[in-house]
Design a protein around this ligand. Structure first.
Ligand SMILES: Nc1nc2c(c(=O)[nH]1)N[C@H]1C(S)=C(S)[C@@H](COP(=O)(O)O)O[C@H]1N2
Ligand SMILES: [Mo]
Length: 370
């Protein structure tokens, strides 16, 4: 067992604050085990006294609220949603391969995962507070202080009030049926399905109804898509919100050697926003022809979709290419080079895996005898 109750097979990128991604083997489960779920934190896990803790709701509201955990549980209906979280930096390693991105975590495909989240519907809490007419955004502030931020500040972010009014957005105290672990935001975190992980604020302390998006560092300066030649600064680049369609191959692994004949490939695809994965195609001839993969268990609108396909491979060197399609008929861009950006976000290039296919044993034997 590693730190924070995590398994030893997580890929730890930073020890302090703890940042670690799920290994390929654990990503193949439809719902990610809590002890294998990735962790993305911008500061140390804060110490929170549960009995003194209150959720404060304020800003542009008719009634300010201060709610204990007990009150939240008693006053509002409980709801569970299965949702995928995905960091905007997921698959950044593919962009770093194009051109280095210093001082950013080199995430592989595992800065994402799916869990069942249980708590109350944010909209129910907002309804009690009564948003005023001019409120357009809902801000969230965590208890953790990030030394990375300029100036040093608590982690925070906001989503549009429209999204915050939807039933899938939760204030969650449980993950996969167990109490939310400290490293994932206990006692309470926001879960915003379809949005970048950064909006699912952990260690939630304060909700603020606002006339504009969150002005803090983690929304106004970082988690923004910059033009390739820009440097990060307040309000530079476009704020990231809705997750873009993405997918990756989980097996076979990059550089694997396999035997000729039927080879099973598996992976995930996540549509983001409120879109769903409509199709996943696989090519083994450089994109000249594509075959549809089978979509596996449907966990609902807010979760990724795993896929599998059996390919008939002949001996030689092969490149397996994958492209997902979503319900808006969008597909993934072809190459990482065209997506490179200074902070290394939104790498949703069509994934590729290179394979060495050896002749089957029988064929090798026949060749040896000939
Ligand atoms: N308070 C707080 N909330 C946070 C963060 C953080 O550093 N502090 N990181 C965010 C980011 S960038 C991501 S991707 C998700 C990761 O959630 P997890 O660590 O539970 O997997 O939490 C988000 N919520
Ligand atoms: Mo993130």
């Amino acid at each position: 067992m590693g730190r924070f109750g995590k398994r030893d097979d997580l890929v730890v990128h930073v020890e302090e604050p703890f940042n670690a991604e799920t290994c390929l083997g654990s990503l193949t489960n439809p719902v990610t085990d809590t002890d294998a779920f990735y962790v993305r934190s911008h500061g140390p896990v804060p110490e929170i006294d549960r009995s003194a803790w209150r959720l404060r709701v304020g800003g542009m509201v008719e009634r300010e609220l201060s709610l204990s955990l007990e009150t939240l549980r008693e006053a509002f209906a409980e709801r569970t949603v299965t949702a995928t979280l995905q960091c905007a930096g997921n698959r950044r390693a593919g962009l770093i391969a194009v051109r280095d991105i210093p001082d950013e975590v080199p995430w592989g495909p595992g800065a994402t995962g799916t869990a069942t989240w249980t708590g109350v519907v944010l909209a129910d809490v907002l309804a009690l507070a009564g948003p005023l007419g001019d409120a357009s955004d809902v801000g969230f502030e965590g208890a953790d202080v990030s030394p990375e931020a300029e100036p040093v500040q608590q982690f925070g972010g906001s989503i549009p009030l429209d999204k915050a009014s939807r039933p899938e957005v939760l204030l969650a105290w449980a993950m996969n049926g167990e109490p939310l672990p400290p490293v994932h935001g206990a006692p309470l975190r926001v879960v915003v399905p379809g949005y970048i992980g950064a909006r699912s604020v952990k260690w939630l302390e304060r909700i603020e109804l606002r006339p504009r998006p969150w002005p803090g560092y983690f929304q106004h300066v970082v988690y923004r898509l910059l033009p390739a030649d820009a440097t990060a600064g307040p309000g530079i680049g476009m704020p990231l919100g809705l997750v873009a369609l993405n997918s990756d191959v989980l097996s076979p692994r990059e550089g694997a050697t396999v035997t000729a004949g039927p080879v099973e490939a598996r992976g995930y695809a996540f549509a983001g926003g409120d879109r769903y994965v409509a199709r996943v195609d696989v090519s083994i001839d450089g994109g000249a022809s594509w075959t549809q993969a089978e979509l596996l268990e449907d966990l609902g609108r807010w979760a990724w979709r795993h896929w599998r396909i059996t390919l008939d491979l002949v001996p030689g060197e092969h490149e397996l290419r994958v492209r997902a399609w979503d319900s808006s008929a969008a597909t993934q861009p072809d190459a990482e080079a065209a997506l490179w950006n200074p902070k290394g976000y939104v790498n949703n290039a069509s994934p590729r895996v290179h394979l060495r296919v050896l002749p089957a044993a029988g064929a090798r034997l026949r060749a040896a005898r000939a």
